[in-house]
Design a protein around this ligand. Structure first.
Ligand SMILES: C[S@@+](CC[C@H](N)C(=O)[O-])C[C@H]1O[C@@H](n2cnc3c(N)ncnc32)[C@H](O)[C@@H]1O
Length: 237
């Protein structure tokens, strides 16, 4: 993507020597998969929002220590959330991304991060559809930055609930720009443990506003906060 097409570098990339910037509308992310048309867009999560939400999650005092949790990024894009997650000491950090070009960029970013000694967890990016992926064994924290629309979300949470009904381990969801929150709420077994806004830092707000302002088609907007939620599998109807 060129500057003329709306590319703006986020300071996260400048500071860390990685490539996670840009806004790519879903219609440019086609792969031939039937779920392509439900893909929202590629946009890296604001680091300040990500860290605020993980901090909030840690304050909920999950029963199991973080070192035993798998962090899973659903719609991992170029891997920005995975890079951020790798600094917390999760058991492992796994990302699933539908678009092979983005997955390849993420793989390169993970290598840069590992070489720089930044990763406290093993990291792995998979290329494919999130709905088809098995939930890893053990406690899981699943991160979603509004990857897809309602129908894919419905299939995704249904699969999660089937998997959870058969496994005793904890499962929590962190959802940023939670447009399909109602879909999770409509799936028995999930209990919402947080609903609210997480503010962007000044640096992130400036960068994200600039990226939005550079869009050729001006179809997306950014605010100084993201609507977020956290969900916990309780198995209760
Ligand atoms: C808003 S980006 C989030 C990127 C990353 N999670 C982050 O926070 O930096 C959403 C991503 O979800 C991906 N995606 C959309 N539908 C998907 C699907 N069915 N399975 C896997 N990834 C998908 C898109 O290709 C896009 O890269």
């Amino acid at each position: 993507m060129t500057k003329a097409e709306g590319f703006t570098l986020h300071p996260f990339d400048r500071e860390n020597g990685v490539q996670t910037s840009g806004l790519i509308p879903g219609r440019y992310l086609k792969t031939g998969h039937t779920h392509d048309r439900h893909s929202t867009a590629y946009f890296g999560v604001a680091p300040s929002v990500f860290r605020a939400l993980v901090k909030r999650w840690l304050r909920t005092r999950p029963e199991t220590p973080i070192e035993r949790f798998t962090f899973g990024d659903v719609g991992a894009g170029m891997g920005r959330a995975m890079l951020l997650a790798s600094e917390y000491g999760f058991r492992q950090v796994i990302g699933i991304e539908l678009n092979p070009i983005l997955a390849k960029i993420a793989k390169r970013n993970l290598a840069i991060w590992k070489e720089g000694g930044r990763a406290r967890s093993p990291m792995q990016i998979l290329c494919g559809d999130a709905v088809g992926v098995e939930l890893p064994d053990g406690p899981c924290l699943i991160f979603l930055f509004n990857p897809f629309g309602a129908s894919v979300m419905r299939r995704f949470v249904k699969r999660l609930s089937v998997a959870c009904a058969e496994r005793p381990a904890e499962l929590d969801l962190l959802y940023v720009n939670n447009e399909q929150d109602g879909v999770i709420g409509g799936q028995p077994g999930f209990t919402r443990i947080f609903l609210g806004k997480e503010r962007r830092s000044r640096a992130d707000a400036i960068a994200d506003h600039r990226i939005m302002a550079n869009q050729p088609d001006g179809e997306y907007a950014s605010a100084n906060y993201e609507d977020c939620s956290m969900w916990r599998w309780t198995g209760k109807p």
